[in-house]
Design a protein around this ligand. Structure first.
Ligand SMILES: [Ca+2]
Length: 473
């Protein structure tokens, strides 16, 4: 019986390949629209489709109609994941092993080619709706200079959902201008997407990267939703967090409806994932800022009915850097570029045609910046090194049993590989504080010419006025 399984699996893959392979070629010819929904800090076990306590009907539907990757890896904090997604390269190459901190001039290395830049020769309209976090000060670092035709949202991180401030400064923009818009950021991102979709009059394909600040702290979710989860009780998860996630799900539903109303949904590939794990992520060990599975293994949905199988789980290692060549090739773009890619084309994996060709994932090298990505870690096959520990993920995905002493040869092999990769690291930009004072708004150019309403507005908010007074002392 055992021998039959590989034969059955092979036949299944061949038959899927004939169906989905044809569609894949059709897709390349028709240049699909690409929409990437990126959640911020979403725990593995929160959304409904993963058996969680949060009501996420829109994500659940994407999962039901699409394929879910069960071993999809990101990095353990925001900026490294975003940089790997947009460049197809590991953070130790693109200068983003350390986050771009709030008051920080460092950004992703300027010679990196982003997915938005790479899609331009294929005729794509490109937009970032939401959070950037790959350099928030110099003009050259900002989304409009990194291949995006349009940007709406924040440059940095940790912005307050209603005030749009962090600490003593402001962080909300449209196309390089500081703008004042009242409302809850999650709703505003959906409104921008709806407006853009309604205004579209071009037949050009689009790449819209929707990077929510949800469900990162500081939580300030709609009170009615918080109350709903408070009443449910049961200690499943903090009501503020669940309400923040449900708001994000509702926004995703609105954006999908806007694409449907415009008649573009059928030719749109949707990808959903989280940029890192939550604080805890059962059944996995660890969470954000750790290289245990809970920090780096996140839910990922690939949705394109008729092209990507519905209601299917795909096992096998996939890294966020793989999205770059996969999406680019699907769009008819070229991966021929001076900086070599770590990402691999995974389209045949997404459509169930082939098993994942990936045998290695680098989670973090030793001595990476301030070490905020967690301990050094690499996967080779099922073996995973985390600091001085060794795990076998095939039998121990929860990383409970350290096998370093039992398998010294494997331990040495993984250590040698990680030390070899250290020699390939490119130095990042220096992480220094923004020199300009007063700092009112992120973006050097915007801070040099702040709108008249900005300073009175910052003084009117308790969250920023107190911090501003301390800063001015
Ligand atoms: Ca994050």
């Amino acid at each position: 019986m055992k021998q039959l399984f590989p034969i059955c699996a092979a036949l299944l893959l061949v038959s899927l390949g004939s169906v989905y392979g044809a569609d894949a070629r059709k897709a390349v010819a028709s240049k699909p629209n690409i929409v990437v929904f990126l959640a911020d800090d979403m725990p593995w076990h929160y959304p409904g489709f993963n058996g969680g306590p949060c009501e996420t009907p829109n994500l659940d539907r994407l999962a039901r109609e699409g394929t879910r990757l069960t071993q999809f890896y990101v990095h353990s904090v925001c900026s490294p994941t975003r940089a790997a997604f947009l460049t197809g390269r590991y953070p130790f190459r693109n200068g983003m092993e350390e986050r771009s901190h709030g008051n920080d001039i460092a950004g992703m290395l300027p010679d990196e080619r982003t997915l938005a830049q790479a899609l331009k020769p294929s005729g794509y309209d490109t937009a970032l709706i939401g959070k950037w976090h790959l350099g928030n000060w110099y003009q050259r670092q900002l989304p409009l200079q990194r291949g995006f035709d349009h940007h709406y949202g924040l440059y940095g991180a940790l912005v307050s959902y209603n005030g749009k401030t962090r600490n003593y400064w402001y962080d909300w923009h449209r196309d390089g201008e500081t703008i004042r818009e009242d409302g809850y950021t999650t709703d505003l991102l959906a409104r921008e997407f709806e407006r853009m979709m309604a205004d579209r009059d071009s037949s050009r394909p689009f790449f819209y990267y929707v990077a929510f600040n949800a469900m990162h702290s500081p939580y300030d979710a709609p009170p009615a939703l918080v109350e709903k989860y408070r009443k449910q009780g049961g200690g499943k998860a903090p009501p503020q967090e669940l309400a923040t996630l449900e708001s994000m799900d509702t926004a995703i539903g609105k954006m999908i409806a806007a694409m449907k109303a415009k008649g573009v949904l059928d030719n749109t590939l949707i990808v959903f994932f989280s940029d890192n794990g939550g604080t805890v992520n059962p059944p996995y060990r660890g969470g954000k800022a750790s290289t245990y599975e809970g920090g780096v293994r996140v839910p990922c949905i690939i949705h394109w009915p008729g092209h990507v199988p519905a209601d299917k789980m795909v096992d096998g290692m996939v890294h966020v850097a793989d999205l770059y060549p996969t999406l680019l090739k699907l769009a008819g773009g070229s991966i021929d570029q001076p900086l070599p890619l770590d990402g691999m084309d995974m389209w045949d994996v997404f459509i169930g045609r082939k098993p994942s060709p990936r045998t290695e994932v680098v989670h973090n090298l030793p001595n990476s910046g301030t070490g905020e990505m967690g301990e050094m870690s690499i996967c080779l096959g099922a073996w995973k090194l985390v600091g001085k520990q060794l795990f076998d993920l095939s039998s121990d995905p929860g990383e409970k049993t350290d096998l370093a002493a039992k398998h010294p040869d494997v331990y040495q092999k993984l250590n040698a590989r990680i030390q070899q990769l250290v020699t390939e690291r490119r130095p990042p930009e220096r992480h220094l504080n923004i020199p300009d004072k007063p700092l009112l708004v992120l973006g050097e150019k915007e801070n040099a010419n702040p709108p008249a309403w900005l300073e009175p507005y910052l003084d009117s908010l308790p969250e920023s006025s107190k911090a501003r007074k301390q800063q001015q002392k």
